[in-house]
Design a protein around this ligand. Structure first.
Ligand SMILES: [Zn+2]
Length: 264
């Protein structure tokens, strides 16, 4: 049977209170069988792991998000490495994320972001784990990091780069994540990429609670919206066989996040 995987959802976020498990169960009734819950800082490493244990199909990654760089402690890198070592046998643990570079937000030290990003790429490389990346106005620098360290595979989530950059990510076994942004008619470049990239380069995500699709008008986003996001992708690609979109994007998640195959 075909199912979807929400390849990027912060269901441990405070916005969800005690509702995260109920949201995942509701999404599962609509065909969203799997959920990838990335950590953002040492402060939520335990929370994402614990949430993932509560639902069959829920999974997590560990990392330090560039937007949390101001609470970064130099000891966090060694702690991350130790934590990864500790959870390597946990089938719910998928890889390193959310990591990356954010050159959009001011007040985030770029040099420190780069150091923390590269150190986490090294952890991914050393443990043969994929990476989930936040790439905002920083595509070329993220690609530079990938060329230097060469992690095995991963996802550039909420992709908003050029076609040329997308091709370079894909050559490095990185899929592009598409979600709520693609549902807005004004998002011309994102929609053109969603329509034209090889389907093998695309994974679907909600980025819950953020990047609300057009139809919920800035409200809290969650994984129950993924089937409709898949429908938008099908329409943009003029694909009448919705099932093939589900199958292909799920296959892609399982290819770039191989440990996610454990729950199927
Ligand atoms: Zn995220």
């Amino acid at each position: 049977m075909t199912f979807l995987i929400d390849s990027h959802c912060h269901l441990d976020a405070g916005e969800f209170g005690q509702e995260a498990v109920g949201i995942m169960r509701a999404a599962q009734r609509q065909g969203v069988a799997g959920f990838v819950i990335p950590a953002v800082a040492r402060a939520n490493w335990n929370a994402v792991a614990q949430l993932a244990q509560q639902v069959h199909g829920a999974m997590y990654t560990l990392g330090i998000h560039p937007m949390y760089i101001n609470s970064f402690d130099p000891a966090d890198i060694a702690l991350l490495r130790a934590q990864v070592q500790l959870v390597m046998n946990d089938p719910k643990f998928l890889g390193i994320g959310e990591i990356g570079l954010d050159y959009f937000e001011p007040n985030l030290d770029r040099e420190l972001q780069w150091t923390v990003f590269v150190e986490q790429l090294k952890i991914a490389k050393d443990f043969d784990l994929p990476v989930i990346m936040h790439v905002r106005r920083s595509q070329d620098m993220v690609l530079k990091g990938l060329r230097q360290i060469q992690p095995v595979s991963g996802i550039a989530h909420a992709f908003n780069g050029s076609e040329q950059q997308a091709v370079q990510f894909f050559e490095r076994n990185i899929c592009m994540g598409f979600g709520g942004a693609m549902t807005f008619t004004r998002a011309l470049q994102i929609r053109r990429l969603a329509a034209q990239l090889p389907i093998q380069a695309i994974v679907l995500e909600t980025d819950a609670p953020d990047i609300a699709p057009e139809w919920i008008n800035h409200q809290r986003n969650d994984s129950t919206h993924l089937p409709r996001i898949a429908q938008v992708l099908a329409q943009l690609r003029q694909e009448t066989d919705l099932d093939s979109i589900w199958q292909a994007t799920t296959d892609n998640v399982l290819r770039v996040l191989p440990r996610a195959g454990g729950f199927t």
